[in-house]
Design a protein around this ligand. Structure first.
Ligand code: ADP
Ligand code: MG
Length: 282
């Protein structure tokens, strides 16, 4: 009973004893378009714990990719701070930032972003070479990773010789190349059909469970709900709500086992409202 009471008081609070791997404090990002200011992010404060699987969900234009870029050290906030492993990213020099991007974070994109003239193996080993592994070490580790993502038989294929789902598997292997603490994914299933998308989501969950890598995925794919530990709903550059999967299960009923992997059809759910840009009800 004590547990239930605690959960009620802090519905979205993660385990306080686990270290924050990513933390943002009042982050804004303002784009100036002529005379107009666009607040792509407008005061985002969030804490993400090591080992969590987080989905950043929201309608198109809500600021997901902008937040992805901030958390990944790819762009700087207009105001506010981003901490990775409790280090303020703004305090890093160019060398330290490059180290962070190479070693600490793996990136996955909607359009895979593989290098077309390179084989799957070469794509995966490239970041290892940057990190200083020998060619032999990189090849062995690259083969292991490609095996792990189910492409052991395709190591010498080039991207154009692979399906979309296979290319995204290569991209996941590449993202894991230097044993990152964080896997950042921006719409990783956006270019994939339903069942391939589900396979990729399951693979990401497997990586999270096997290696403990923290996953932060910007998405509007409802299939992602069923594997996420917490869902950060974002709207107009602000956090509308943070939910844990357990709480979501209670609100929308079963989210597993359906073709959409999402919310059962029929009535308009809170989830669907959120993706349309309406504020979910408290
Ligand atoms: P999402 O990934 O959720 O679709 P984005 O983070 O890409 O949203 O964009 C958030 C808002 O910021 C949108 O209104 C978008 O038009 C605006 N925006 C994003 N990038 C730029 C940019 N480089 N210049 C101006 N406006 C931008
Ligand atoms: Mg986006």
């Amino acid at each position: 009973m004590a547990d239930a009471a605690t959960v009620q008081e802090t519905p979205a609070a993660p385990d306080a004893s686990v270290q924050n791997i990513v933390r943002t404090k009042n982050v804004t990002k303002i784009y100036r378009m002529g005379d107009e200011e666009v607040y792509a992010l407008n005061g985002v404060t969030v804490e993400i714990k090591q080992g969590e699987y987080i989905s950043i969900m929201g309608p198109s234009g809500s600021g997901k990719s902008t937040l992805f870029n901030m958390v990944g050290g790819l762009d700087k906030p207009s105001t506010g701070s981003v901490y990775i492993d409790e280090v303020d990213v703004a305090q890093l020099d160019a060398y330290e930032l490059a180290w962070l991007r190479c070693r600490k974070i793996g990136y996955i994109f909607q359009s895979f972003n593989l290098i077309p003239v390179m084989t799957a193996l070469e794509n995966v080993t490239l970041p290892m070479t940057f990190a200083g592994l020998t060619t032999d070490e990189a090849r062995d580790k690259g083969c292991e990773l490609l095996e792990l993502v189910g492409l052991g038989e395709r190591v010498l294929h080039k991207p154009f010789q692979l399906s979309g789902g296979q290319q995204q598997r290569v991209a996941i292997a590449r993202a894991m190349a230097n044993d990152p603490a964080i896997l950042l994914a921006d719409e990783p299933t956006g270019n994939l059909d339903l069942s391939t998308g589900r396979e990729i989501i399951e693979l990401m969950r497997e990586m999270n469970e096997k290696s403990g890598v923290t996953i932060i995925s910007a998405t509007h794919d409802m299939k992602m709900l069923s594997v996420s530990d917490r869902i950060i709903w974002i709207r107009d550059g602000q956090i509308a709500k943070i939910e844990r999967r357990e709480d979501l299960d209670i609100e929308v009923g079963s989210i597993d086992g359906e073709e959409t992997g999402g919310v059962s059809g029929g009535q308009v759910s809170h989830t669907e409202q959120s993706l349309r840009g309406e504020t979910p009800e408290e």
